[in-house]
Design a protein around this ligand. Sequence first.
Ligand SMILES: Nc1ncnc2c1ncn2[C@@H]1O[C@H](COP(=O)(O)OP(=O)(O)O)[C@@H](O)[C@H]1O
Ligand SMILES: [Mg+2]
Length: 250
Amino acid sequence: MSDVLEIVDLHAEIEGKEILKGINLRLEKGELHALMGPNGSGKSTLAHVIMGDKRYKITKGAIFFNGLDITNLNTDERSKLGLFLTFQNPIELSGVKLFTFLRTAYSVHFPNDNKTFQEFITFVQSKAKLLNMDTSLLSRNVNEGFSGGEKKKSEILQMALLKPKFAIVDEIDSGLDVDALEAVAKSLKETIYTEPKMGSLLITHYMRILKYLSPDKVHVLMNGKIVMSGDYGLALKIEEKGYEWIKEKN
Ligand SMILES: Nc1ncnc2c1ncn2[C@@H]1O[C@H](COP(=O)(O)OP(=O)(O)O)[C@@H](O)[C@H]1O
Ligand SMILES: [Mg+2]
């Protein structure tokens, strides 16, 4: 049976303010779903809640991973099960080299993997090259002084190494110029679609990244609820008409 991530009637609040107001979503491994919506609709909140960010309080509903209720698991446990989130604003880690960071993350995920140091270097470099990433970034501090596109690629590289079952990709297109966007989208596609395929929830405000990735489904989040779901045609319609017309129907 294929892996399934299922969100059932999820309500969550932060500092007493309800942000998610009953989210239902089912994502199967190998599927790419896009989650679109205006700023402030709760997209990043949903991403953080799926990963178990303790700043948010779940007041109702549940999250299941292959039928297992993970609503109360901590982030580490979710990550070991195969969930991964790329951040909208990747953090800088001064004093930590990207290579060291990746090696640590990898060994936590795959404690029984017996690659030698040299084999691990070769492995990381081959993945970086596949993503058309400048391998000199590996010996620099995580994200420090990286361009927008380089930061996003370093997130994708981490994802490519850890090979999660489900990836939640939060506005990886934000702040990128057209060329960087194309490069990042292609790297993402390579990573998501290389066998075994991941399931992914691609969060975006704009249509432009979806042109490269052709999602199986598109959902629109507004004011903490999924108000419309459809196929790629829905994303095209949003590009043409914006979000107002959807608001009017609800
Ligand atoms: N730490 C916080 N304290 C209070 N409100 C917050 C906090 N973080 C997010 N919010 C509010 O939650 C709502 C949803 O934000 P967010 O999930 O970031 O939206 P999106 O990613 O769709 O732009 C916004 O109204 C935002 O102001
Ligand atoms: Mg956001």
